[in-house]
Design a protein around this ligand. Structure first.
Ligand code: NG6
Ligand code: CA
Length: 500
């Protein structure tokens, strides 16, 4: 029912695909999306030579559900575990589910993931033992190579995982992780007990284990050789991404790389060369660092002589936040920078600032360069790649994914007729053409600490994006028919079937 746009598939040349997925990067954070405060020359070039989307959405204003959708082609409501996960959660993608990397595998590609995972690990049959091989990881879900950190940079365990195992494990220094049992972690440094060890204080949360002078969510002990250094995260992931590219070239295989950057999520710790790169403090500096990473990947592709045969898709999982729990002066130094651009709200929010994100496609397959206003969702990558690869997909795989390949390569200027997103509380937003409808929901209109407008209201909200991109004028009372129509459509989507 939601698969409009599905057409007869045609096999095209096996171009490589690299998805570069930022974490909490806003619609207004890049030069090519209007920022005058952060220099992003590499992304600006990618954009100038590629196609910039102005109506692209992730499916959720937070990480785990958005990542679930981009990799499976399913809206988050299809999985009741798709919420921000702790670092010791079980994997929420079932082994048998279709995924984007499995598609590429079927087409004979070499597949890899480097970076942030945050979809849980292990099959949930028992708590994760970080000192043993883990029985369900990205390598069970279509990625032949996997070098990740488990959850977020602010959650324990602060270690890398390669394949099924923690990197640099030392059996004499076993790793223990807990999100509850404070009493059994009395011997390790914690936020309240050891403030002298902190190099940045928390504004809210992040007050359990101290790792590298930074308070984290959750407790962790051991693994001192395995613990990452925050200022080296960017380079570690970048080197792995480059390695994957060169290994694929040596093996003469087309490849699919999902490169999930950790920037600009908190804690924001740039490498020394990016400290002070912008006037915006750590948040701006790590965006400059992120841009450099993109440039390095492009340079690596060029060096291998395959830049012309590689499609790069750059995007972000959800909108921006300035204070996400650490006193890193993001607010104080922000000045006139508008991380969400003209949009209202940000990360967590039901307003467009939560889910309308930068989305750039760079490819020699582009039929049109410049700007596309096509409405597209990250959930569409599954069906669009299936089209590109000439692979027939089962009716029940990726049920929410629409084949929007024509929009991705700039051939179709319109894209979807509708899409749905959700906020932190799983409240729903439906966009149909220019209309945006926010369904009524409980909750405060403003988030303390993050200072973000949630978009939550007991009243229905209706906005017209053609003349109200900032969602200032709720016209729900003026157009009750449109509200009724959109609420009905929302319920149809939410009750549509999937047998998996
Ligand atoms: C919140 C964290 C925030 C961030 C977010 C997940 C606190 C106070 N806040 O609970 O810092 O980690 O979860 O972000 O702990 S996401 O981008 O992975 O969804
Ligand atoms: Ca995120």
């Amino acid at each position: 029912m939601f698969r409009q746009g599905k057409q007869a598939v045609k096999k095209s040349a096996q171009q490589n695909v690299v998805i570069i997925y930022a974490d909490d990067l806003g619609f207004g954070d890049l030069g090519c999306y209007g920022s005058r405060k952060i220099d992003t020359p590499n992304l600006d070039r990618l954009c100038a030579e590629g196609l910039k989307f102005t109506n692209a959405y992730s499916t959720s204003a937070v990480c785990t559900p958005a990542r679930f959708s981009i990799l499976t082609g399913r809206y988050p409501f299809r999985n009741d575990q798709a919420h921000i996960l702790p670092g010791d959660a079980g994997c929420i993608i079932k082994r048998e589910l279709d995924t984007v990397p499995k598609l590429f595998q079927r087409a004979g590609y070499h597949t890899g993931i480097v970076g942030k995972w945050h979809l849980g690990l292990g099959d949930g049959s028992k708590p994760i033992d970080w000192n043993q091989e883990i029985n369900l990881t990205p390598i069970d879900l279509g990625f032949e190579e996997s070098f990740i950190f488990p959850a977020t940079a602010d959650r324990v365990p602060c270690v890398f995982l390669e394949g099924r195992s923690v990197v640099n494990l030392d059996p004499k220094d076993p790793i223990e992780v807990s999100y509850e049992a404070e009493s059994s972690f009395e011997d390790i440094p914690t936020y309240d007990k050891n403030p002298e060890l902190l190099r940045v204080r928390s504004s809210h949360g992040h007050d359990k284990s101290i790792v590298n002078g930074i308070g984290r969510i959750g407790y962790m002990r051991g693994g001192s050789k395995a613990v990452w250094k925050d200022e080296e995260l960017a380079e570690t992931f970048l080197n792995r991404a480059k390695q994957f590219i060169s290994d694929s070239c040596r093996a003469e295989k087309s490849f699919f790389l999902y490169y999930a950057l950790h920037q600009p999520h908190v804690p924001r710790v740039p490498s020394a060369r990016f400290e002070g790169a912008t006037g915006l403090g750590p948040r701006g500096d790590v965006i400059a660092e992120l841009d450099w990473c993109v440039g390095e990947v492009m340079a690596a592709l060029k060096k291998e002589g395959i830049l012309d045969n590689t499609m790069i898709i750059f995007s972000s999982d959800n909108g921006p936040v300035l204070d996400d729990g650490y006193l890193d002066r993001a607010y104080e130094l922000n000045g006139t920078h508008r991380a969400a651009g003209p949009l209202r709200g940000g990360k967590y929010s039901k307003f467009d600032g939560g889910t309308r994100i930068p989305f750039i496609v760079y490819s020699s397959a582009l039929k049109h360069r410049g700007v596309s206003e096509a409405l597209i969702s990250q959930v569409d990558l599954y069906a669009s790649f299936a089209h590109m690869l000439g692979i027939e997909t089962g009716e029940d795989s990726a049920v929410d994914s629409q084949d929007r390949y024509a929009a991705l390569i700039g051939e179709d200027p319109a894209g979807r007729s509708e899409l749905m997103t959700e906020d932190l509380t799983c409240g729903k937003m439906l966009r149909c053409g220019s209309w945006v409808y926010l369904s009524p929901s409980e909750g405060a209109p403003y988030m303390p600490f993050t200072r973000i407008e949630t978009g939550l209201s007991k009243d229905p909200q209706l906005y017209n994006m053609d003349y109200d991109i900032g969602q200032q004028n709720n016209i729900a009372w003026d157009d009750a028919d449109q509200v009724e129509k959109m609420e009905k459509r929302l319920q149809e989507i939410l009750t549509s079937e999937s047998t998996r």
